[in-house]
Ligand binder design. Structure first.
Ligand code: SF4
Ligand code: SF4
Length: 187
């Protein structure tokens, strides 16, 4: 049975709930999420601390934190949470809000990573690893980063020289168009 934090009516928590359906107010700070999070050692604000900050309505502190940018969406926290909170969904909402509202992304590689990844999916319907690595290196102005690994991975069949495209690329492009329209309608 879920237990709610009484007397806390943080509008920020409500805003998060409206965006992803996760009721952060039910978090009772057992810290199981933080104890299991493989990225906790990197986060200034740990997952459970972030949940509490949302409950308290500390919008600025949460959206400028590095927590959601270090999260690798491994789902460990959600699996351990006795309240059944899908914390990854909360992280997604926080990333989206922080990005849209112009908060500085504390890790410079993250924005480039997302952009290059989505460009690859848009072009081929899936990730073209070789192109992804080269584009990311160029974007980060480090063109030779890990270049020595390329030939080894190619020779072992871990990388392909040319991209594979999905059969129904039209549907993938349509998906991107729909997301764009949705974003424009929300703006
Ligand atoms: S999903 Fe994110 S926050 Fe949750 S345990 Fe994994 S890395 Fe940590
Ligand atoms: S595991 Fe769930 S209830 Fe426990 S602190 Fe984390 S979010 Fe809150």
């Amino acid at each position: 049975m879920k237990v709610a934090v009484k007397g806390d009516t943080s509008s920020f928590a409500k805003e998060i709930e409206q965006a992803c359906g996760q009721d952060v107010l039910t978090c009772y700070q057992c810290r199981k999420c933080t104890m299991g999070c493989p990225m906790a050692f990197k986060m200034e604000l740990k997952v459970s601390e972030m949940m509490r900050a949302i409950q308290l309505g500390l919008r600025e502190e949460v959206l400028s934190a590095d927590t959601m940018w270090w999260c690798v969406s491994c789902e460990t926290c959600a699996t351990r949470c006795p309240q059944g909170i899908e914390i990854v969904e909360v992280m997604d909402v926080l990333r989206e809000k922080a990005f849209k509202e112009g908060y500085k992304i504390p890790l410079k590689t993250i924005e480039a990573f997302h952009k290059v990844f989505l460009d690859s999916v848009k072009s081929y319907g899936r990730l073209y690893e070789m192109g992804f690595a080269m584009d990311l290196n160029l974007k980060l102005r480090d063109p030779l980063k890990d270049a020595d690994l390329g030939p080894v991975m190619l020779s072992k069949g871990k990388l392909k020289l040319l991209p594979d495209k999905v059969k129904d690329l039209k549907s993938v492009k349509k998906l991107f168009e729909n997301v764009k329209k949705l974003e424009e309608s929300r703006a």
